[in-house]
Design a protein around this ligand. Sequence first.
Ligand SMILES: [Zn+2]
Length: 177
Amino acid sequence: MVDFQQLKLSVGIEEVARNFLELSLIPYEDTLRGKCPTCGTDDPRALLITPGKGLWYCFTKKVGGDLIALVAHVSKISQRESAESLANVYMVEKKQEQKTDGALEPLNYLEPAHEQCAALGFPEPVATLVGVGYASKGMMRGTVAVPIRLPNGSLIGYIGITEAKVPKSWRIEPCQS
Ligand SMILES: [Zn+2]
């Protein structure tokens, strides 16, 4: 079920009219005017859209409303079908952003100031910034835990490193910010 309020916050009526419905509209003061493809008259001003208010009005049928009702009127579909087709286009990114399933909570007992961190190339400010720390307990015990994150920032695990196991090419170049 589409959240109508959320949908209306995600997209404006002008974007929907011009790009989703591909209506050709002419600006007139703070409104847009065009033919109403549903009602089929040649009146080039039959359809009135007021982007500032998110509203429209069809002078031929004498009906109006919000952007969901506009798509329903022009595409001759129900309001629910209208909301669903708009949500498919304009709310997809939102859904993906909210999907953080599988992300872990950071270990809260890591010690970023531990000498082992500095020895491995993580001075305390850098270790704190990136979430690196020495683990004195748990599965990572006795290692410096380095977080592994997805591009969206979700934590998916840690790599435990000890001084004895540092790869030869291991090198941290913290960004100066
Ligand atoms: Zn109409």
